[in-house]
Design a protein around this ligand. Structure first.
Ligand code: ACO
Length: 275
Protein backbone atom coordinates (compact mmCIF):
# COMPACT_ATOMS: atom_id res chain seq x y z
CA UNK A 1 0.00 0.00 0.00
CA UNK A 2 1.30 3.46 -0.86
CA UNK A 3 0.22 6.93 0.14
CA UNK A 4 1.55 9.60 -2.18
CA UNK A 5 -0.24 12.80 -1.52
CA UNK A 6 1.86 14.64 1.02
CA UNK A 7 5.04 15.65 2.82
CA UNK A 8 5.96 12.09 3.73
CA UNK A 9 4.94 8.83 2.09
CA UNK A 10 5.35 5.13 2.65
CA UNK A 11 5.24 1.85 0.79
CA UNK A 12 5.17 -1.60 2.37
CA UNK A 13 6.79 -4.33 0.35
CA UNK A 14 7.97 -7.75 1.50
CA UNK A 15 7.69 -6.72 5.16
CA UNK A 16 9.87 -3.62 4.67
CA UNK A 17 8.21 -0.23 5.16
CA UNK A 18 9.96 2.35 2.98
CA UNK A 19 9.14 5.72 4.56
CA UNK A 20 10.16 8.79 2.58
CA UNK A 21 10.54 12.44 3.34
CA UNK A 22 8.64 13.83 0.38
CA UNK A 23 9.40 17.50 -0.14
CA UNK A 24 12.13 17.10 -2.76
CA UNK A 25 11.56 20.63 -4.04
CA UNK A 26 12.43 21.88 -0.54
CA UNK A 27 15.21 19.31 -0.07
CA UNK A 28 13.00 17.48 2.44
CA UNK A 29 13.43 20.09 5.14
CA UNK A 30 11.15 19.46 8.10
CA UNK A 31 8.15 21.75 8.43
CA UNK A 32 5.51 21.40 11.18
CA UNK A 33 3.25 19.75 8.59
CA UNK A 34 5.91 17.18 7.72
CA UNK A 35 6.56 16.49 11.40
CA UNK A 36 2.89 15.82 12.05
CA UNK A 37 2.68 13.57 9.00
CA UNK A 38 5.69 11.58 10.16
CA UNK A 39 4.07 10.92 13.52
CA UNK A 40 0.92 9.71 11.75
CA UNK A 41 2.95 7.35 9.58
CA UNK A 42 4.85 5.97 12.58
CA UNK A 43 1.52 5.42 14.34
CA UNK A 44 0.12 3.63 11.34
CA UNK A 45 3.08 1.28 10.82
CA UNK A 46 4.32 0.48 14.31
CA UNK A 47 2.26 -2.59 15.16
CA UNK A 48 1.38 -3.86 11.71
CA UNK A 49 2.08 -7.56 11.29
CA UNK A 50 3.09 -7.08 7.68
CA UNK A 51 5.93 -4.72 8.69
CA UNK A 52 9.17 -6.14 10.08
CA UNK A 53 11.64 -3.32 9.36
CA UNK A 54 11.23 0.41 8.74
CA UNK A 55 13.58 2.25 6.35
CA UNK A 56 13.65 6.06 6.40
CA UNK A 57 14.85 7.78 3.26
CA UNK A 58 14.29 10.90 1.17
CA UNK A 59 12.79 11.64 -2.22
CA UNK A 60 15.12 13.45 -4.62
CA UNK A 61 18.59 14.76 -3.86
CA UNK A 62 18.19 15.15 -0.11
CA UNK A 63 17.72 12.90 2.88
CA UNK A 64 16.72 15.99 4.85
CA UNK A 65 18.04 19.56 4.74
CA UNK A 66 17.19 19.88 8.44
CA UNK A 67 14.50 22.07 9.90
CA UNK A 68 12.48 24.30 7.58
CA UNK A 69 13.99 27.70 8.29
CA UNK A 70 10.89 29.46 7.02
CA UNK A 71 8.00 27.37 8.32
CA UNK A 72 9.53 25.74 11.41
CA UNK A 73 11.50 28.76 12.65
CA UNK A 74 10.45 32.11 11.21
CA UNK A 75 6.73 31.61 10.72
CA UNK A 76 6.27 29.58 13.90
CA UNK A 77 8.25 31.95 16.08
CA UNK A 78 6.14 34.83 14.76
CA UNK A 79 3.14 33.13 16.39
CA UNK A 80 4.74 33.21 19.84
CA UNK A 81 6.25 30.90 22.41
CA UNK A 82 3.29 28.54 22.52
CA UNK A 83 3.57 27.83 18.80
CA UNK A 84 7.33 27.36 19.07
CA UNK A 85 6.98 24.85 21.90
CA UNK A 86 4.27 23.00 19.99
CA UNK A 87 6.47 22.74 16.89
CA UNK A 88 9.33 21.47 19.06
CA UNK A 89 7.08 18.87 20.69
CA UNK A 90 5.94 17.68 17.29
CA UNK A 91 9.43 17.28 15.81
CA UNK A 92 11.16 15.94 18.92
CA UNK A 93 8.09 13.78 19.46
CA UNK A 94 8.36 11.73 16.29
CA UNK A 95 12.14 11.44 16.63
CA UNK A 96 11.68 10.07 20.16
CA UNK A 97 8.96 7.75 18.95
CA UNK A 98 11.35 6.51 16.29
CA UNK A 99 14.21 6.09 18.79
CA UNK A 100 12.13 3.60 20.76
CA UNK A 101 10.21 2.18 17.82
CA UNK A 102 8.79 -1.32 18.01
CA UNK A 103 10.35 -2.31 14.69
CA UNK A 104 14.04 -2.12 13.80
CA UNK A 105 14.81 0.98 11.74
CA UNK A 106 17.42 1.86 9.12
CA UNK A 107 18.26 5.36 7.88
CA UNK A 108 19.02 5.17 4.17
CA UNK A 109 20.84 8.47 3.65
CA UNK A 110 20.58 9.19 -0.04
CA UNK A 111 21.73 12.84 -0.13
CA UNK A 112 21.89 16.06 1.88
CA UNK A 113 21.65 15.66 5.64
CA UNK A 114 21.82 18.82 7.74
CA UNK A 115 21.30 19.99 11.29
CA UNK A 116 17.87 18.92 12.47
CA UNK A 117 18.18 15.89 10.20
CA UNK A 118 20.62 14.46 12.73
CA UNK A 119 17.63 13.91 15.07
CA UNK A 120 15.90 11.26 12.96
CA UNK A 121 19.30 9.98 11.78
CA UNK A 122 20.19 9.17 15.39
CA UNK A 123 16.73 7.78 16.03
CA UNK A 124 17.23 5.08 13.43
CA UNK A 125 18.93 2.02 14.85
CA UNK A 126 21.23 1.62 11.86
CA UNK A 127 22.29 4.00 9.12
CA UNK A 128 23.68 3.37 5.66
CA UNK A 129 24.72 6.35 3.56
CA UNK A 130 25.55 6.89 -0.07
CA UNK A 131 29.18 7.84 -0.61
CA UNK A 132 27.72 10.87 -2.39
CA UNK A 133 25.62 11.98 0.62
CA UNK A 134 26.70 15.20 2.29
CA UNK A 135 26.37 15.88 6.01
CA UNK A 136 26.88 19.06 8.02
CA UNK A 137 25.95 20.72 11.26
CA UNK A 138 25.28 23.91 9.33
CA UNK A 139 23.66 25.73 12.27
CA UNK A 140 26.84 27.70 12.88
CA UNK A 141 26.64 28.96 9.29
CA UNK A 142 23.39 30.76 9.96
CA UNK A 143 24.17 31.83 13.47
CA UNK A 144 22.75 29.35 15.96
CA UNK A 145 24.03 26.41 17.99
CA UNK A 146 23.14 22.86 16.90
CA UNK A 147 19.94 22.39 18.90
CA UNK A 148 17.11 19.90 18.70
CA UNK A 149 19.50 17.28 20.03
CA UNK A 150 22.01 17.65 17.17
CA UNK A 151 24.91 18.47 19.51
CA UNK A 152 24.02 15.49 21.66
CA UNK A 153 23.87 13.27 18.58
CA UNK A 154 27.39 14.04 17.44
CA UNK A 155 28.85 13.82 20.93
CA UNK A 156 27.16 10.43 21.42
CA UNK A 157 28.26 9.05 18.07
CA UNK A 158 31.60 10.54 17.12
CA UNK A 159 34.85 11.35 18.93
CA UNK A 160 35.02 14.70 20.73
CA UNK A 161 37.60 16.34 18.47
CA UNK A 162 35.62 15.44 15.35
CA UNK A 163 32.34 16.49 16.99
CA UNK A 164 33.82 19.83 17.98
CA UNK A 165 35.28 20.43 14.52
CA UNK A 166 32.01 19.42 12.86
CA UNK A 167 29.90 21.71 15.07
CA UNK A 168 32.24 24.71 14.97
CA UNK A 169 33.07 24.77 11.25
CA UNK A 170 29.78 23.66 9.67
CA UNK A 171 31.88 21.99 6.97
CA UNK A 172 30.44 19.23 4.80
CA UNK A 173 31.57 15.63 5.10
CA UNK A 174 30.63 12.95 2.60
CA UNK A 175 29.18 9.50 3.26
CA UNK A 176 32.56 7.84 3.51
CA UNK A 177 33.80 10.29 6.10
CA UNK A 178 30.50 9.98 7.98
CA UNK A 179 31.14 6.23 8.10
CA UNK A 180 34.76 6.71 9.20
CA UNK A 181 33.48 8.98 12.00
CA UNK A 182 30.77 6.40 12.86
CA UNK A 183 27.92 8.82 12.23
CA UNK A 184 26.59 6.02 10.01
CA UNK A 185 27.40 2.32 9.91
CA UNK A 186 28.72 2.30 6.38
CA UNK A 187 28.69 4.08 3.08
CA UNK A 188 28.23 2.61 -0.38
CA UNK A 189 27.94 4.11 -3.87
CA UNK A 190 24.50 5.65 -4.41
CA UNK A 191 23.67 3.13 -7.11
CA UNK A 192 24.09 0.29 -4.56
CA UNK A 193 22.43 2.04 -1.62
CA UNK A 194 18.96 0.57 -1.91
CA UNK A 195 20.26 -2.95 -2.56
CA UNK A 196 22.54 -2.78 0.47
CA UNK A 197 19.72 -1.51 2.69
CA UNK A 198 17.39 -4.22 1.43
CA UNK A 199 20.05 -6.84 2.17
CA UNK A 200 20.46 -5.51 5.71
CA UNK A 201 16.69 -5.37 6.23
CA UNK A 202 16.45 -8.98 5.13
CA UNK A 203 19.01 -10.00 7.74
CA UNK A 204 16.86 -8.31 10.39
CA UNK A 205 13.67 -9.92 9.08
CA UNK A 206 15.14 -13.33 9.87
CA UNK A 207 15.60 -12.52 13.57
CA UNK A 208 13.14 -12.97 16.39
CA UNK A 209 11.25 -9.65 16.53
CA UNK A 210 10.80 -9.59 20.31
CA UNK A 211 14.52 -10.17 20.78
CA UNK A 212 15.30 -7.39 18.29
CA UNK A 213 13.18 -4.84 20.13
CA UNK A 214 14.69 -5.87 23.48
CA UNK A 215 18.19 -5.66 22.00
CA UNK A 216 17.86 -2.24 20.38
CA UNK A 217 16.37 -0.75 23.54
CA UNK A 218 19.08 -2.38 25.64
CA UNK A 219 21.87 -0.87 23.54
CA UNK A 220 20.43 2.62 23.98
CA UNK A 221 19.54 2.19 27.67
CA UNK A 222 22.76 0.66 28.98
CA UNK A 223 24.87 3.39 27.43
CA UNK A 224 23.96 5.65 30.35
CA UNK A 225 24.10 3.00 33.10
CA UNK A 226 26.82 1.76 35.42
CA UNK A 227 27.91 -1.83 34.82
CA UNK A 228 25.89 -3.10 37.79
CA UNK A 229 22.75 -1.24 36.72
CA UNK A 230 23.13 -2.57 33.20
CA UNK A 231 23.58 -6.13 34.45
CA UNK A 232 20.38 -5.83 36.44
CA UNK A 233 18.46 -4.11 33.63
CA UNK A 234 19.46 -6.79 31.14
CA UNK A 235 18.27 -9.65 33.37
CA UNK A 236 14.92 -7.91 33.78
CA UNK A 237 14.68 -6.94 30.12
CA UNK A 238 15.21 -10.56 29.05
CA UNK A 239 12.63 -11.75 31.53
CA UNK A 240 10.17 -9.15 30.27
CA UNK A 241 10.89 -10.26 26.68
CA UNK A 242 10.09 -13.84 27.72
CA UNK A 243 6.64 -12.62 28.72
CA UNK A 244 6.00 -11.49 25.12
CA UNK A 245 7.64 -14.49 23.48
CA UNK A 246 8.49 -17.54 25.54
CA UNK A 247 8.87 -19.92 22.60
CA UNK A 248 11.63 -18.09 20.73
CA UNK A 249 14.66 -18.90 22.84
CA UNK A 250 13.49 -22.46 23.51
CA UNK A 251 13.14 -23.00 19.77
CA UNK A 252 16.53 -21.41 19.20
CA UNK A 253 18.12 -23.89 21.59
CA UNK A 254 16.12 -26.84 20.27
CA UNK A 255 16.96 -26.30 16.60
CA UNK A 256 20.66 -26.21 17.51
CA UNK A 257 21.00 -28.83 20.27
CA UNK A 258 18.29 -31.35 19.28
CA UNK A 259 17.47 -30.82 15.60
CA UNK A 260 20.96 -29.71 14.55
CA UNK A 261 19.43 -27.65 11.72
CA UNK A 262 21.50 -24.49 12.26
CA UNK A 263 24.38 -23.09 14.29
CA UNK A 264 23.70 -19.86 16.25
CA UNK A 265 27.29 -18.79 15.64
CA UNK A 266 26.61 -18.77 11.91
CA UNK A 267 23.05 -17.46 11.51
CA UNK A 268 19.53 -17.27 12.93
CA UNK A 269 17.23 -20.20 13.73
CA UNK A 270 14.27 -20.80 11.43
CA UNK A 271 11.41 -18.57 12.59
CA UNK A 272 8.95 -20.49 10.42
CA UNK A 273 9.36 -23.58 12.59
CA UNK A 274 8.57 -21.66 15.77
CA UNK A 275 5.06 -22.19 17.18
N1 ACO B 1 14.59 25.41 5.17
C1 ACO B 1 13.77 26.05 4.31
N2 ACO B 1 13.86 25.94 2.98
C2 ACO B 1 14.84 25.16 2.49
C3 ACO B 1 15.73 24.46 3.31
C4 ACO B 1 15.58 24.61 4.71
N3 ACO B 1 16.34 23.95 5.59
N4 ACO B 1 16.59 23.78 2.53
C5 ACO B 1 16.22 24.02 1.26
N5 ACO B 1 15.18 24.86 1.24
C6 ACO B 1 14.46 25.38 0.06
C7 ACO B 1 15.19 26.53 -0.61
O1 ACO B 1 14.91 27.75 0.04
C8 ACO B 1 14.63 26.44 -2.01
O2 ACO B 1 13.35 27.00 -1.99
P1 ACO B 1 12.78 27.83 -3.28
O3 ACO B 1 12.79 26.83 -4.41
O4 ACO B 1 11.41 28.25 -2.87
O5 ACO B 1 13.76 28.94 -3.51
C9 ACO B 1 14.47 24.95 -2.22
O6 ACO B 1 14.41 24.37 -0.92
C10 ACO B 1 15.61 24.31 -2.97
O7 ACO B 1 16.80 24.67 -2.32
P2 ACO B 1 18.12 25.13 -3.09
O8 ACO B 1 18.98 25.82 -2.10
O9 ACO B 1 17.78 25.87 -4.33
O10 ACO B 1 18.71 23.68 -3.49
P3 ACO B 1 20.21 23.24 -3.80
O11 ACO B 1 20.10 21.85 -4.31
O12 ACO B 1 20.91 24.26 -4.66
O13 ACO B 1 20.97 23.24 -2.39
C11 ACO B 1 21.12 22.68 -0.04
C12 ACO B 1 20.66 22.25 -1.45
C13 ACO B 1 22.66 22.74 0.03
C14 ACO B 1 20.58 21.59 0.89
C15 ACO B 1 20.56 24.08 0.30
O14 ACO B 1 19.17 24.10 0.00
C16 ACO B 1 20.74 24.45 1.76
O15 ACO B 1 21.81 24.89 2.13
N6 ACO B 1 19.68 24.25 2.57
C17 ACO B 1 19.76 24.55 3.98
C18 ACO B 1 20.52 23.47 4.74
C19 ACO B 1 20.59 23.83 6.21
O16 ACO B 1 21.52 24.46 6.62
N7 ACO B 1 19.58 23.45 6.95
C20 ACO B 1 19.38 23.86 8.32
C21 ACO B 1 20.21 23.03 9.22
S1 ACO B 1 20.13 23.65 10.89
C22 ACO B 1 18.68 23.05 11.56
O17 ACO B 1 18.09 22.17 11.00
C23 ACO B 1 18.28 23.50 12.92
Amino acid sequence: MTTTNDTATFTVENRIAWVKFNRPEKRNCMSPTLNRRMMEILDELEFRDDVGVLVLTGEGTAWSAGMDLKEYFRETEALGLGATRKAQRESYGWWRRLRWYQKPTIAMVNGWCFGGGYGPLYSCDLAIAADEAQFALSEINWGILPGGGATKVVVDLIPMRDAMYHAMTGELIDGQKAAAWRLVNESVPLERLEARVRELAEVLLKKNSVALKATKDAVRRVKEMTYDSAEDYLVRAQEAANFHDNTGRKEGIKQFIDDKTYKPGLGAYDLAKQN
